[in-house]
Write a protein that binds this ligand. Structure first.
Ligand SMILES: NC(=O)c1ccc[n+]([C@@H]2O[C@H](COP(=O)([O-])OP(=O)(O)OC[C@H]3O[C@@H](n4cnc5c(N)ncnc54)[C@H](OP(=O)(O)O)[C@@H]3O)[C@@H](O)[C@H]2O)c1
Length: 334
């Protein structure tokens, strides 16, 4: 079988497409023929800068993929041949709090990922995908979908009538938009592009802000919420956006901090003054993944796939991610 491998720190164009032996499923493992793999910003960062992340070569990139079970090892009870599945970002985080052991099982980072024709997954680190989704759609669930779900539902305790702030129109934010609308919340979303904002409106976004044209968007969000601020934010920006997000957050609101897209120094005083809950979020557990899939199946949610690439053109997908012209997700077909 063929697999992409990170074999150096020379970036996307140095990714190698190599032959590897097709693995055999052992105790508690399933063998999956991958049908699609979605790209996350983190996958691009991992390929471009593997050394600070302690990535050992060769390493198969990408956490996110979906496919069909073609083999089951001894003791496997939850899956059979032919089942449509996705692997969890953390192969070793079924439920409860995140742990060091979970972090050591991050696919496409600490362990091999899924940009390969066949992949071995832990039975306990795999889920069934919703029947109404294509493989390309379901491939976007494990990281981008689940992170947005954890930020809004688990950490944000979102309820109908709440207001959500989303920064940008990348993979996590657009999932945040779909989840927030499914839950009956109001959505304020920012983007550098008016065209992308209009696409967000088509998906149900209530208020649109172009952050290039309105660099003081934190104040604009306050105006849009009658001076009180939003209930929950998925903070994809990081250092360069967090102070304005704090400004835009209501007293006692929640900021789910996930992103590293921008750099900067932060004055944390507002966190104390407004009693903000500033919560770091790292994807989510298998139990959260199953809860999300049940909600998506019931509500017939279709993830937003912006562009698809052939397996042999996977490098182009990372270049597209760097160019940031996408809205939603970029997916490699297998
Ligand atoms: N902690 C976790 O578990 C976790 C999980 C997933 C992702 N992340 C992180 O979350 C971030 C987003 O990931 P992603 O996969 O959704 O990335 P993505 O699909 O590449 O989204 C990037 C988008 O972010 C927007 N953006 C860039 N700079 C911005 C700024 N200064 N203000 C507001 N928006 C800005 C842009 O949207 P416009 O083009 O609309 O301007 C850009 O297209 C990354 O830092 C990633 O590492 C963390």
């Amino acid at each position: 079988m063929r697999a992409y491998e990170i074999v150096s720190d020379r970036g996307v164009d140095a990714l190698a497409l190599n032959e590897r032996q097709t693995p055999t499923p052992g105790n508690g493992e399933i063998l999956v023929a991958m049908r699609a793999s979605a790209i996350n910003y983190r996958d691009l960062s991992t390929i471009e800068d593997p050394l600070p992340r302690s990535i050992f070569y060769p390493r198969i990139p990408n956490s996110d993929g979906a496919g069909e079970v073609i083999g089951v090892g001894a003791g496997v009870t939850r899956f059979k041949k032919g089942d449509r599945v996705a692997g969890c970002f953390f192969q070793n985080w079924s439920d409860g709090r995140i742990s060091g052991a979970a972090m050591a099982s991050a696919m496409g980072g600490a362990i091999d990922g899924v940009l390969a024709e066949t992949v071995l997954l832990e039975e306990s680190g795999s889920v069934h995908i919703p029947a109404h989704m294509s493989f390309e759609e379901a491939a976007t669930l494990p990281c981008a979908g689940l992170t947005a779900w954890n930020c809004l539902i688990e950490q944000g305790r979102l309820k109908a009538g709440d207001t959500v702030l989303l920064l940008g129109t990348g993979g996590v934010s657009i999932y945040g938009l779909q989840i927030a609308k499914m839950m009956g919340a109001r959505v304020i979303i920012t983007s550098s592009s008016d065209e992308k904002l209009e696409r967000a409106r088509d998906l149900g976004a209530d208020e649109l802000i172009n952050y290039r044209q309105k660099p003081d968007w934190g104040a604009r969000v306050l105006e849009m919420t009658d001076g009180s601020g939003v209930d929950v934010t998925i903070e994809t920006g990081g250092g360069g956006t967090l102070e304005r997000t704090m400004e835009a957050t209501r007293v006692g609101g929640t900021i789910s901090l996930i992103g590293v897209l921008t750099g900067g120094t932060i004055n944390p005083t507002t966190v104390m003054r407004k009693s903000i809950r500033l919560q770091g979020v790292y994807v989510g557990s298998r139990r959260m993944f199953e809860d999300m899939n049940a909600a998506f199946a019931l509500n017939r949610i279709h993830p937003v796939v912006d562009q698809k690439f052939e397996f042999e053109e996977a490098r182009s997908a990372y270049h597209a991610m760097r160019a940031a012209g996408h809205f939603g997700k970029l997916v490699v077909k297998m």
